[in-house]
Design a protein around this ligand. Structure first.
Ligand code: M6R
Length: 612
């Protein structure tokens, strides 16, 4: 949520900032702004996207080698020019950009109002910069000290950058519970919410930890202190990301590119873990904590959104294969509902971004009760990856489209391997079946590739249904989480109301919605409860619902019963989510494109939800 980028060096800051901001736009895009120091403070902002900011600046002055920029996802105050960042301090000497939420901003604002300060915006961020300047002037301290003192009074999450007209050769950056990474180049520094804007300039980076402040100065080495003024040695890491991974590479949208990357991303998730010739599956990152998992009283999976859907697949997998009780929780509910957790519990936190605020808070809660925490994250070095005891990266590569696609299949792949590993270690699966499943898993990327060949057929289907106002997605067993995921994909990018349901639950309520205008997507690739799914389809047909069935290749029974059918390669039931989710991703994508929606940047959404 919100993208931050800042530069200090010898080059012109503006083009670097605008390019960087474009790469961060997936984090939020309701307004954007930039501030540059060049003797004076140049500050421009607009309601809208980065392109609109660039257009509105046009030929106005943008020179200067120190600056910062922001793309916003609104929390406090509607998206408009006034609420956009950067925010000035009262004297206009300082400016700030911020990602996060200052939870006690009302109390801080009240104090400042009493002292006569006037606020332009409705944001919590403006309160912080007023506070910093108030401290700087009244306590006669330098900028770094003022930021330290102010942040000690702050409750909440922040990643900030502050610049000062009076100190034009310094950037002060700080973080708590919101990510911030610093790139170190030759005589230049970059600050950003994630590595995307930095990668083309340098691969040497320092990830700030909570309550650390980076003091970035011209011609001086990077200095890091805590807000309590304890000096820290910067730990420089090498970025393992290449530029092509964060570009569209000829695809019209990032989402489509990411859907088509799945044969590779699933293979990358399995690389070095599934050793088919040796008949082994092992997740290196969790080996030290494997015994905890094997002996777990129960496993709790916490996540949000699509990652929660992957967690549901994980529940089915681990219970069926390894016979360990599993509960799947929305992180936002778990953290506030006083759950019973103890030291024999293992919590698996799933997150693509590794920055989701609720998931992070759920981890902290479970940790405080003594549970072992295992992470399944995509973004290397992210807050969740660092907060867990151990974990497995999904290695899906950067996911830029707001709608999660390849991250989901990568998460499911990790969960499949984890369940198989636990089953092997606990002796809950006959070895012949274990080896057969490993072989089938090894062939999944090819089956995904084959499924992607259905793209044109699915596009034609989307042309038929593009004007629908509602849709139902039904699935049973392993296809139930896929139904939820399919419905989420459709609603988030095409704004069509869609609901995912366990197929048999339909007659307990949603069946009332079915009429001749209701498309019902039925996931019918299950073998074990095939007949039950057939019955559910009949129930819909009897009420004139329109059936779009996802079936196994050669399935004539449902194929003939359905109004439209999509045949996908058959696989073992436990792997079906890796296949049956692909046509649903493509369907949502084409529906959204045909409806003229902004696929990669759907309204009101942001890629990583770093606020509660
Ligand atoms: O980064 P995370 O996996 O923790 O994000 C969780 C959700 O915000 C995310 O999956 C969201 O639901 C996606 N927009 C779904 O496509």
């Amino acid at each position: 949520m919100c993208g931050i980028v800042a530069y200090l060096g010898e080059r012109q800051a503006y083009p670097i900032l605008m390019k960087g901001l474009k790469r961060l736009e997936y984090r939020g895009y309701d307004s954007a702004g930039v501030a540059i120091l060049d003797g004076e403070m140049l500050l421009y902002k607009v309601k809208g996207k980065v392109a609109e900011l660039v257009a509105s600046i046009g030929k106005k002055k943008t020179s200067g080698t120190v600056g910062m920029a922001h793309t916003r996802w609104a929390t406090h105050g509607e998206p408009n020019e006034i609420n956009a960042h950067p925010h000035y301090s009262p004297t206009h000497n300082l400016a700030i950009i911020h990602n996060g939420i200052i939870e006690n901003y009302v109390a801080l604002k009240k104090e400042l109002l009493k002292r006569g300060y006037i606020f332009q915006s409705e944001t919590d961020t403006e309160v912080l910069i007023h506070l910093i300047e108030d401290i700087k002037l009244n306590e006669r301290v330098d900028l770094v000290n003022a930021v330290q003192i102010a942040l000690k009074q702050v409750i909440g999450a922040y990643a900030i950058v502050v610049i000062s007209k009076d100190d034009p050769d310094i950037l002060v950056a700080a973080r708590k519970s919101s990510p911030l990474v610093i790139g170190i180049g030759k005589k230049e520094f970059f600050v950003a919410s994630d590595a995307a804007p930095i990668i083309e300039h340098t691969s040497d980076v320092v990830y700030l930890n909570d309550e650390e402040i980076a003091i970035i100065q011209k011609n001086k080495p990077l200095k890091i202190k805590t807000i309590s003024d304890i000096e820290r040695t910067p730990y420089i890491e090498k970025l393992e990301l290449n530029l092509s991974k964060i570009e569209k590479s000829g695809f019209e949208h990032f989402m489509l590119k990411e859907i088509f990357e799945q044969p590779h991303s699933i293979r990358d998730s399995m690389r070095g873990r599934l050793k088919i010739n040796e008949g082994i599956v092992a997740l290196g990152g969790i080996l030290d904590y494997e015994q905890k998992l094997i002996n777990a009283r129960r496993i709790l999976i916490v996540a949000c959104g699509t990652s929660w859907h992957a967690g549901l697949v994980g529940e089915y997998l681990i219970e069926e294969l390894a016979r360990i009780p599993v509960e799947v929780e929305y992180a936002s509910e778990f953290r506030y509902r006083k759950p019973v957790i103890n030291e024999e519990d293992v919590v698996i936190a799933i997150s693509q971004s590794g920055e989701t605020a609720d998931t992070l808070a759920a981890i902290e809660l479970a940790k405080s009760k003594g549970a072992t925490i295992i992470g399944i994250c995509n973004v290397v070095g992210s807050s969740i990856a660092r907060a867990t005891h151990a974990g497995s990266y999904t290695h899906a590569g950067p996911e830029i489209g707001v709608a999660s696609t390849k991250a989901f299949t990568a998460q499911v792949t990790i969960l499949v391997m984890l369940a198989l590993r636990l089953a092997y270690k606990r002796g809950t699966l006959p070895m012949s079946q274990f080896y057969q499943l490993l072989n089938e898993l090894d062939g999944i990327p090819e089956k995904v590739e084959k499924t992607l060949l259905l793209n044109d057929k699915i596009k034609k289907l989307a042309e038929i249904f593009k004007d629908s106002t509602n849709a139902l997605y039904l699935g049973r067993g392993y296809n139930f989480p896929v139904a939820l995921e399919g419905a989420l994909k459709l609603k988030e990018i095409s704004y069509i109301h869609a609901e995912g349901y366990p197929a048999a639950e339909m007659k307990h309520g949603p069946i009332a919605l079915i009429d001749e205008n209701m498309p019902v997507v039925v996931l019918a690739t299950n073998k074990t409860i095939y007949d039950k799914v057939v019955t559910n389809i009949q129930e819909v047909k009897a009420r004139k619902g329109i059936i779009i069935a996802i079936v196994n290749e050669g399935d004539k029974t449902i194929g003939e019963m359905a109004d439209y059918s999509i045949e996908v390669p058959e696989t073992e039931e436990i792997f079906t989510p890796l296949i049956s989710t692909i046509p649903l991703q493509l369907f949502s994508y084409h529906m959204a494109v045909l409806r003229g929606c902004n696929v990669d940047q759907p309204r009101n959404l942001a890629k990583s939800v770093t606020v509660e």
